[in-house]
Design a protein around this ligand. Structure first.
Ligand code: ZN
Ligand code: ZN
Length: 408
């Protein structure tokens, strides 16, 4: 039940921008929004939670999820009934919320119906930002047909992607996804791991097609996120005005220069590569796809630590599929090899908010922001492991003023 006003008392606030703790404060929440943060007393509310000095931080953001990917096998997924996919997605979404994620950005597959179901409380989950179908060229990362298959790709039931070719079709595809409520546009601008016929090194879409997607997104006051692995594909995308690079394991210094120059974002998804390497085969990944994983894991560690050192805006993302969703928080552990806890926390809060064009609304505890809050029995600034063990440390999850977990 959602109280209209709620006070969190005696909170040690984690300031995500400064990377420190500000204590002790009372947070007043009204109609889902943080209305007051004070050191003294405030007027009474419908409900008061005394958090007794525990750390309160903004809910986490994951910038790269696929909530419909209940299996790692996309060719199987497209044969499933839409209602069955929705039910399985509901379970994935609630798992994310119970790990402390209050906003996720779906990079292919989720739609208006799922986002609305979460918003209206029919499904339990984080706030869901979606792109609808990811836009792919024929034979691209969103084309699920194997080399022996000749069926026509269908845009209404093609799973995570839709196949378009040429500038007019790209425009039509983008406009149609935006019509259906997409918060941003996702394009497949290079080969990938989980697609049957392309190679990692491929560039995908002509630059005219990418520019058309960027123009359509900007016309709708939003932006384009691009799936890319190599420097060659990433640099083309950035030159055309793409805002976020997804994965980027094989980028180099020329890409990092462009990321900095264009103030673009990098969303590494290291946990999925690690999980696919360990568990992909038993989760339905084919032998061919499994081989591609090896190409990217080692390179990812080198390039992402380099990008982080040079000050690229890095955002937390995971891209997990099937049963591997349970590894969502391992992204923190993997990246802690080259990022401090404060940097990791920023990547999953304020920097994500900036990428999502939601600054001031999520990612920090300030008056006027959504009351998306998690309560931790430990300080993740001194030990990032506190975020990785929700059963032990995560004591409450509040999304837009509503309490979804409380073990205080
Ligand atoms: Zn991708
Ligand atoms: Zn993805």
């Amino acid at each position: 039940m959602k109280p209209t006003s709620l006070i969190l008392k005696n909170a040690n606030l984690l300031d995500t921008r400064a990377g420190n703790i500000v204590g002790k404060r009372n947070i007043r929440i009204e109609d889902g929004i943080i209305s007051e943060i004070s050191a003294g007393s405030t007027k009474p509310a419908d409900e008061t939670l005394d958090v007794d000095g525990k750390v309160v931080m903004p809910g986490l953001c994951d910038a790269h999820v696929h909530v419909v990917a209940a299996t790692a096998s996309f060719p199987d997924l497209i044969t499933w009934s839409p209602s069955y996919v929705a039910a399985r997605s509901g379970q994935i979404l609630s798992g994310m919320l119970m790990r402390g994620f209050t906003t996720v950005r779906d990079c292919g597959g989720a739609d208006y119906g799922l986002a609305k179901s979460v918003e209206e409380g029919y499904l339990i989950g984080p706030r869901l930002l979606f792109c609808g179908h990811a836009i792919s060229q024929t034979g691209g990362h969103g084309d699920m047909r194997g080399p022996g298959e000749n069926w026509e790709e269908c845009t209404c039931c093609a799973g995570l992607g839709r196949v378009v070719d040429g500038v007019p079709e790209v425009r039509r595809g983008c406009r149609d996804e935006l019509r259906k409520g997409a918060h941003f546009i996702k394009i497949m601008a290079s080969g990938g791991v989980s697609s049957p016929t392309d190679r990692i090194g491929n560039t995908q879409f002509s630059m005219d097609e990418i520019r058309a997607a960027v123009e359509e997104a900007e016309a709708a006051e939003t932006y384009v996120a691009a799936h890319v692995y190599t420097a060659r594909a990433a640099n083309r995308a950035l030159e055309c005005g793409v805002r976020s690079l997804e994965h980027g394991n094989l980028i180099d210094d020329s890409t990092i220069d462009l990321l900095l120059e264009k103030e673009a974002f990098l969303v590494p998804t290291m946990s999925t590569h690690e999980a696919l390497r360990r568990e992909g085969l038993k989760n339905g990944l084919s032998e061919d796809m499994y081989k591609k994983v090896h190409e990217v894991v080692e390179a990812g560690h080198r390039t992402h630590s380099r990008a982080s050192d040079r000050g690229v805006k890095m955002v937390f993302g995971t891209d997990l599929l099937g049963a591997m969703h349970e590894h969502q928080l391992t992204e923190f552990e993997i990246r802690s090899a080259f990022q401090s806890p404060a940097e990791l926390i920023r990547s999953a809060t304020v920097t994500a908010a900036e990428l999502f064009q939601m600054e001031g609304q999520i990612g920090e505890i300030i008056e006027g922001a959504f009351a998306d809050l998690i309560v931790l029995d430990g300080n993740p600034l001194t030990d990032i492991g506190v975020l990785q063990a929700p059963d032990r440390y995560l004591k409450a999850v509040i999304k837009q003023g509503e309490i979804f977990k409380s073990a205080l």
